[in-house]
Design a protein around this ligand. Structure first.
Ligand SMILES: *Cc1c(COP(=O)(O)O)cnc(C)c1O
Length: 396
């Protein structure tokens, strides 16, 4: 059959094993263990002489289905599902680096990722070398931080929460030159909008909690990459630290993914409209949305993304008090962290998701105290903007 379009692949693409092929929708294999036919077969499964299921921490048909689906959508050979996005980040970092090693990371990353890199990994003597994505001469800045003990490069784009755009090809080029992998957190874009592996990245991470699940009803993560790398992550970190995904969550994410193309197109189009309208509101000092031609990363985003996604950051005139008024006065938008849900969510990074950064670290990452982050939902954009407008108009 000819190569399917991305939209069709998202709906179809992967099918369950023949035994369950009568179901349009695959069943959920909620079982912790699997029966062996006899002792020899059990031994062969353990030794790897034969493929098959043993125990759900080591593999499960429903989770497998999700992993194969994600690999197809990201254009990777293989994938590993994890209990959360953070488990995916930890699995990759702990697999690629050992005590005494370091890695280079963009400083604008998810708050939990920053805390893991800055604090928890440091306890194992794995050191993050942070770099502001806004530095000029970024290639030289990355180069200066790489030495013989640098095991990988790590970026997130669009970056959380500032919507900075990282040039994936440029980072992949530097990583390739040094023979180390580039890891990209593709959560904000989703595989519908951006394919980091095609741009030269080696591993892709998602918080499946966000756009992949898409309905705010689960926590999950995925890692995509080469067969060799994913097999290694599964055989060591996933097997022995154990942060695997529940088959029920895998099933929910499979269901969520069916509408990924529709949702991402709508999230993106609505966010574009709202970003434009916010820009012209007298109470708004700045809007950060990669789709706006005024955004410093606009040209790179145009090159590496299909559309610009559903996330917006903006600053209100009048600093923190004015921002607080907006967040406390909205009625349709929900004051909550997380993103990628059907409902529009609004939050304050400096006091919420990025409170783990010190004020100096926030400055380096470009996260101002007045920044507001908006995850544009699937409501009509006029209603979302109407709510924001009444809140902005209410600033005294
Ligand atoms: C939410 C998020 C994470 C962490 O994922 P969890 O599923 O909450 O563990 C990592 N990266 C990004 C960009 C995120 O938005």
């Amino acid at each position: 059959m000819k190569k399917l379009t991305r939209e069709t692949e998202i709906v179809h693409g992967i099918h369950a094993e023949p035994v369950t092929s009568l179901d349009l929708v695959p069943p959920i294999h909620m079982t912790s263990t699997f029966k062996f036919q006899d002792v020899d077969q059990g031994a062969d499964l353990f030794s790897g002489k034969r493929d098959g299921y043993i125990y759900t921490r080591l593999g499960n048909p429903t989770v497998d289905l999700l992993e194969r689906k994600i690999a197809v959508l990201e254009g990777g050979e293989s994938s590993a599902a994890t209990a959360s996005g953070m488990a995916a980040v930890a699995a990759v970092a702990m697999t690629l680096a050992a005590p005494g090693d370091n890695f280079v990371s963009c400083s604008t990353v998810y708050g939990g990722t920053f805390a893991l890199f800055n604090t928890d990994l440091a306890r194992f003597d794995i050191r993050a070398r942070f770099i502001s994505p806004r530095l000029s001469g970024i290639r030289e800045e990355i180069e200066q931080r790489i030495d013989a003990k640098t095991r990988f490069l790590y970026v997130e784009t669009p970056a959380n929460p500032t919507l900075d755009i990282i040039d994936i090809s440029l980072w992949a080029d530097v990583a390739g030159f040094h023979g180390i992998p580039l890891v990209v957190d593709n959560t904000f874009a989703s595989p519908y909008l951006q394919h980091p592996l095609a741009l030269g990245a080696d591993l892709v991470i998602h918080s499946a909690t966000k756009y992949l699940g898409g309905h705010g009803d689960l926590i999950g993560g995925v890692i995509v990459g080469s067969d060799r790398m994913i097999r290694h992550i599964k055989a060591s970190y996933m097997k022995h630290f154990g942060p695997v995904m529940s088959p029920f969550n895998a099933w929910l994410i499979l269901r969520g993914i069916k509408t990924l193309a529709l949702r991402m197109a709508r999230h993106s189009d609505s966010a574009f409209t709202i970003a434009e309208r916010l820009s012209s509101h007298p109470r708004v000092a700045a809007v950060f949305y990669p789709g706006l031609p005024t955004h410093p990363g606009h040209m790179v985003a145009r090159r590496q993304m299909k559309k610009y996604g559903g996330m917006i950051a903006f600053e209100v005139r009048g600093g923190i008090p004015a921002g607080k008024t907006v967040m406390n006065t909205v009625t349709l938008c929900t004051l909550a962290v997380s993103l990628g849900d059907c409902e529009t969510l609004i939050q304050h990074p400096a006091s919420m998701t990025h409170a783990v950064y010190s004020p100096a670290e926030r400055r380096l990452a470009g996260i101002s105290d007045g920044l507001i982050r908006l995850s544009v939902g699937l409501e009509h954009p006029d209603d979302i903007m109407g709510d924001l407008k009444q809140a902005l108009d209410g600033i005294s």
